[in-house]
Design a protein around this ligand. Structure first.
Ligand code: SF4
Length: 512
């Protein structure tokens, strides 16, 4: 199978993962315009186009030859190359494409292998529970992806007789969570449909090849890039061509230090050409020779919608990385959350933690976490401790002393649009605790069970912080208060017949 490319464009956590689909392309029909049809835009200046058929042929040939030689071996490529059944092949590509959105190839490989082993077919996935999906997806981030993948699999099985839609248009139209990019990738790789793809890597490569310096997230630029991708895609090997373009962006034409000298399409690259002309100009000037006049203007057309804006012209110090340009990213929203690691000794003395399930919609939907409470910004520690104690009290129906909550520290986790700070507390318990079933589902888990549960990376960080603190306290010679694995003072086992009173640990005899 051809390689899939990890994107490094807009919205990625880092280079190497599949980029988010461009703005306006991630939802079904998002590229359509409402209202009366707008007049057709004027064609862009030739500087920004591929208009020579011979050059297009040469670019395709160079890129595919490089890809055949340099592509990485990746499990989804191997699987799709060997799969003769079109539905299974499309499913294998689809899963990889969804996992690669916003996520590095290196991270995805293990998740992909485990997923395909557990659910090798659409039918198998359709029969899985959401809890199982969340458990396998735990740590991969952007959890709604797994849920939507499963919903779409169920739809294919129940409404489409198990047959995957066979064109990019139908894939986008019929499958929830499949946008224009994913539909194009599945259709070109699985079915050989000659349709282009545009993700963050493709955006970067095309913008450099054709000196496109306008905001690459703007609908006008994105539309042009889709046109270009559709025009360039190789008619006989569309899947390989698309993957080659993405692979080039992930491994050669990378965001910060592109390897132009190794680039198989450098002779077609106008950004590189511009850099070379400037270097030649500077060199001739150094030796006092008459120099050719460099291309000072990008395309010679004033107000060109694809050139860099007049306020941010070409910067020689940046070279080819002048392209692409993006609008300033919106600052993530800051959120503070108090979270409490409630722990007890379970049977045989093993530590257990209480986790509760989040609501079935919204951020981290359906995942499990330590009992948590969103805090007002700038709340003093004393007040946030009290707020958490009140929250636990309301939740457990038992008194909780704020003074018994031990502050562990802060854990920061960055979600795509949220700068999340967890203020971590712990509270050891000496007995079982049954929560009101009308509230969130909850359960006690060992550390091993915690990691096997559908918990987010953020919660794993919280537990790690808690364990680090415990390790410090149990280190000899560091004023150890208690040893790791030792019982908390007064703590008992929850084994039948040995359960002690919870009240002693939750009861608040004095005001905090
Ligand atoms: Fe990218 Fe450099 Fe190749 Fe141009 S020559 S496409 S900038 S790697």
């Amino acid at each position: 199978m051809s390689q899939l490319r990890a994107a490094a464009g807009r919205g990625l956590r880092r280079s190497g993962g599949r980029a988010a689909p461009p703005a306006g392309q991630s939802r079904k029909g998002a590229s359509s315009r409402g209202g009366a049809p707008a007049p057709a835009p004027a064609p862009p200046p030739a500087q920004h186009l591929f208009s020579d058929p011979a050059e297009i042929e040469a670019l395709r040939g160079n890129l595919l030859a490089w890809y055949d030689k340099c592509k990485r071996d990746l499990p989804w490529r191997t699987l799709a190359a060997a799969e003769t059944d079109a539905n299974r092949r499309a499913y294998a590509v689809w899963v990889s494409e969804i996992m690669l959105q916003q996520t590095q190839v290196a991270t995805v490989i293990d998740y992909y292998n485990r997923w395909m082993q557990k659910w090798p077919t659409l039918q198998a996935l359709a029969q899985a529970s959401l809890e199982e999906v969340n458990e396998l997806w735990a740590g991969l981030g952007y959890y709604s992806r797994g849920k939507r993948l499963q919903e779409a699999a169920r739809k294919v099985v129940s409404q489409l007789a198990g047959r995957m839609p066979r064109t990019a248009e139908d894939l986008q139209k019929l499958l929830p969570g499949v946008g224009r990019y994913t539909a194009g990738a599945i259709a070109s790789i699985s079915y050989g449909q000659a349709t282009g793809v545009v993700d963050g890597n493709v955006i970067r490569v095309l913008c450099r090849l054709r000196c496109i310096g306008a905001d690459s997230s703007s609908p006008a630029v994105i539309d042009r890039l889709w046109d270009m991708a559709n025009a360039l895609v190789d008619r006989s090997r569309p899947g390989d061509f698309n993957q080659a373009l993405m692979e080039l962006g992930a491994t050669v034409c990378v965001p910060k230090a592109p390897l132009c000298g190794e680039c198989p399409v450098k002779q077609h690259c106008r950004a590189r050409s511009r850099v070379e002309k400037e270097l030649a100009f500077a060199s001739q000037k150094l030796f006092g020779k008459p120099a050719p006049v460099p291309d000072v203007e990008d395309c010679g057309v004033g107000g060109c919608p694809l050139c860099p804006p007049a306020t941010e012209p070409w910067d020689s110090s940046l070279g080819v990385t002048n392209f692409p340009r993006k609008a300033a990213k919106k600052q993530p929203r800051a959120v503070r959350t108090a979270t409490c690691v409630l722990e007890r000794r379970g049977c045989h003395g093993a530590l257990e933690y209480l986790i509760v399930q989040r609501p079935s919609s919204g951020l981290l939907a359906g995942l499990w976490e330590f009992p948590s409470l969103t805090l007002a910004q700038d709340l003093q520690e004393e007040k946030q401790r009290k707020a958490l104690a009140d929250h636990l009290q309301a939740w457990t129906g038992r008194p909780v002393a704020a003074r018994n909550l031990r502050l562990i520290g802060e854990v920061v986790h960055i979600f795509s649009h949220i700068h999340q700070t967890y203020v971590v507390y712990s509270l050891p318990l000496d007995g079982d605790m049954t929560l009101d079933p009308a509230l969130s589902p909850s359960r006690w888990v060992t550390e091993e069970e915690f990691h096997a549960s559908a918990v987010s990376t953020a919660m794993k960080k919280v537990l790690k912080a808690h364990e680090k603190q415990r390790g410090k306290e149990s280190s000899p010679g560091k004023g150890s208060k208690r040893k790791r694995g030792a019982k908390t003072e007064g703590a008992g086992s929850t084994c039948p017949g040995t359960q002690l009173s919870l009240r002693a640990f939750l009861q608040a005899p004095t005001a905090p």
